[in-house]
Design a binder for this molecule. Structure first.
Ligand code: ZN
Ligand code: ZN
Length: 150
Protein backbone atom coordinates (compact mmCIF):
# COMPACT_ATOMS: atom_id res chain seq x y z
CA UNK A 1 0.00 0.00 0.00
CA UNK A 2 1.36 3.46 -0.81
CA UNK A 3 2.56 5.21 2.29
CA UNK A 4 2.38 8.84 3.22
CA UNK A 5 5.48 10.94 3.10
CA UNK A 6 6.72 9.87 -0.31
CA UNK A 7 7.62 12.43 -2.96
CA UNK A 8 4.74 14.56 -4.22
CA UNK A 9 2.73 13.02 -7.01
CA UNK A 10 2.52 15.02 -10.24
CA UNK A 11 0.49 14.81 -13.42
CA UNK A 12 -0.88 16.66 -16.39
CA UNK A 13 -3.74 16.58 -18.86
CA UNK A 14 -3.41 15.42 -22.49
CA UNK A 15 -2.59 18.92 -23.84
CA UNK A 16 -0.45 20.01 -20.90
CA UNK A 17 -2.55 23.07 -20.01
CA UNK A 18 -3.45 21.67 -16.58
CA UNK A 19 -0.82 20.29 -14.27
CA UNK A 20 -1.59 18.41 -11.10
CA UNK A 21 0.27 18.07 -7.84
CA UNK A 22 -0.74 15.91 -4.91
CA UNK A 23 0.79 16.45 -1.49
CA UNK A 24 0.81 12.80 -0.50
CA UNK A 25 0.84 9.35 -2.00
CA UNK A 26 -2.64 8.02 -2.79
CA UNK A 27 -4.62 6.31 -0.06
CA UNK A 28 -5.50 3.60 -2.51
CA UNK A 29 -5.62 2.89 -6.23
CA UNK A 30 -8.47 0.99 -7.83
CA UNK A 31 -9.70 -0.12 -11.20
CA UNK A 32 -13.28 0.87 -11.97
CA UNK A 33 -15.21 -1.24 -14.45
CA UNK A 34 -18.48 0.72 -14.28
CA UNK A 35 -20.11 2.07 -17.43
CA UNK A 36 -19.82 5.70 -16.29
CA UNK A 37 -16.04 5.38 -16.04
CA UNK A 38 -15.82 3.63 -19.41
CA UNK A 39 -17.72 6.43 -21.10
CA UNK A 40 -15.86 9.15 -19.21
CA UNK A 41 -12.43 7.85 -20.15
CA UNK A 42 -13.19 6.03 -23.40
CA UNK A 43 -11.12 3.12 -22.12
CA UNK A 44 -12.32 -0.47 -21.52
CA UNK A 45 -11.46 -0.07 -17.86
CA UNK A 46 -10.55 3.00 -15.83
CA UNK A 47 -8.24 3.24 -12.86
CA UNK A 48 -8.16 5.94 -10.21
CA UNK A 49 -5.94 7.08 -7.38
CA UNK A 50 -7.76 8.24 -4.24
CA UNK A 51 -6.23 11.14 -2.31
CA UNK A 52 -7.38 12.93 0.83
CA UNK A 53 -9.61 15.79 -0.26
CA UNK A 54 -7.76 19.10 -0.28
CA UNK A 55 -4.37 17.57 -1.08
CA UNK A 56 -4.71 17.65 -4.88
CA UNK A 57 -3.96 20.93 -6.66
CA UNK A 58 -4.74 21.74 -10.30
CA UNK A 59 -2.84 24.58 -12.01
CA UNK A 60 -4.19 26.78 -13.47
CA UNK A 61 -7.48 26.39 -11.64
CA UNK A 62 -9.79 24.73 -14.19
CA UNK A 63 -12.72 26.67 -12.77
CA UNK A 64 -15.84 25.45 -11.09
CA UNK A 65 -16.31 21.76 -10.86
CA UNK A 66 -18.84 20.38 -13.30
CA UNK A 67 -21.81 18.54 -11.85
CA UNK A 68 -22.41 15.31 -13.77
CA UNK A 69 -25.38 13.84 -12.01
CA UNK A 70 -26.62 14.28 -8.48
CA UNK A 71 -23.80 12.56 -6.64
CA UNK A 72 -20.55 13.40 -8.43
CA UNK A 73 -18.57 16.53 -9.29
CA UNK A 74 -15.80 16.45 -11.86
CA UNK A 75 -13.04 18.74 -13.06
CA UNK A 76 -11.85 18.71 -16.68
CA UNK A 77 -9.13 20.51 -18.62
CA UNK A 78 -11.01 23.38 -20.29
CA UNK A 79 -8.82 23.08 -23.41
CA UNK A 80 -8.53 19.35 -24.14
CA UNK A 81 -11.29 17.92 -21.98
CA UNK A 82 -9.16 15.46 -20.03
CA UNK A 83 -10.86 14.33 -16.83
CA UNK A 84 -8.60 15.51 -14.00
CA UNK A 85 -10.40 14.78 -10.73
CA UNK A 86 -13.74 13.83 -9.24
CA UNK A 87 -15.43 13.76 -5.86
CA UNK A 88 -18.31 11.41 -5.09
CA UNK A 89 -20.96 11.98 -2.43
CA UNK A 90 -20.74 8.32 -1.41
CA UNK A 91 -16.97 8.55 -0.88
CA UNK A 92 -16.67 11.59 1.39
CA UNK A 93 -13.25 12.96 2.19
CA UNK A 94 -11.57 11.63 -0.92
CA UNK A 95 -10.78 12.99 -4.37
CA UNK A 96 -10.26 10.58 -7.26
CA UNK A 97 -7.72 11.26 -10.01
CA UNK A 98 -7.63 9.15 -13.19
CA UNK A 99 -4.45 7.10 -12.86
CA UNK A 100 -3.40 7.74 -16.44
CA UNK A 101 -2.86 11.48 -15.91
CA UNK A 102 -0.29 10.84 -13.17
CA UNK A 103 3.43 10.89 -14.00
CA UNK A 104 4.02 8.14 -11.42
CA UNK A 105 1.32 5.77 -12.75
CA UNK A 106 3.89 3.03 -13.35
CA UNK A 107 4.69 2.96 -9.64
CA UNK A 108 1.05 3.00 -8.49
CA UNK A 109 -0.45 -0.42 -9.21
CA UNK A 110 -4.17 -0.79 -8.47
CA UNK A 111 -5.01 -2.57 -5.22
CA UNK A 112 -8.57 -3.57 -6.05
CA UNK A 113 -11.23 -3.82 -8.74
CA UNK A 114 -14.43 -1.81 -8.28
CA UNK A 115 -17.70 -2.63 -10.04
CA UNK A 116 -16.10 -5.79 -11.41
CA UNK A 117 -19.54 -7.18 -12.22
CA UNK A 118 -19.74 -4.55 -15.00
CA UNK A 119 -16.43 -5.48 -16.62
CA UNK A 120 -16.36 -6.06 -20.36
CA UNK A 121 -16.66 -9.80 -20.98
CA UNK A 122 -13.58 -10.00 -23.20
CA UNK A 123 -11.34 -8.12 -20.79
CA UNK A 124 -9.18 -10.50 -18.79
CA UNK A 125 -6.90 -9.05 -16.16
CA UNK A 126 -4.72 -11.69 -14.55
CA UNK A 127 -4.08 -10.47 -11.04
CA UNK A 128 -4.80 -11.53 -7.49
CA UNK A 129 -6.14 -8.27 -6.07
CA UNK A 130 -9.65 -8.15 -4.57
CA UNK A 131 -12.56 -7.90 -6.98
CA UNK A 132 -15.65 -6.14 -5.68
CA UNK A 133 -18.71 -6.83 -7.78
CA UNK A 134 -20.23 -3.52 -6.70
CA UNK A 135 -19.08 -0.14 -5.59
CA UNK A 136 -16.14 -1.17 -3.37
CA UNK A 137 -17.15 1.66 -1.05
CA UNK A 138 -16.15 -0.06 2.16
CA UNK A 139 -12.63 -0.88 0.99
CA UNK A 140 -12.07 2.54 -0.55
CA UNK A 141 -13.26 4.34 2.55
CA UNK A 142 -11.26 2.04 4.82
CA UNK A 143 -8.10 3.15 3.02
CA UNK A 144 -8.59 6.68 4.31
CA UNK A 145 -6.82 7.27 7.64
CA UNK A 146 -9.36 7.81 10.38
CA UNK A 147 -12.26 6.80 8.18
CA UNK A 148 -15.41 5.89 10.03
CA UNK A 149 -16.90 2.50 9.34
CA UNK A 150 -20.14 2.51 7.41
ZN1 ZN B 1 -5.60 19.82 -21.45
ZN1 ZN C 1 -16.65 3.76 -12.20
Amino acid sequence: MPSEGTAPITGRCYCGHITLRAETAPETVTYCHCEDCRRLTGAPVAAFAAFPIGTVHLTPDPGPKTPRGPAVQRWFCPKCGSPMAAVFDYLPGQIYVPLGVLDQAAELPPQSHSHYKAHLPWLEIMDEIPRQTGSNRAALRAAAPGAEEG
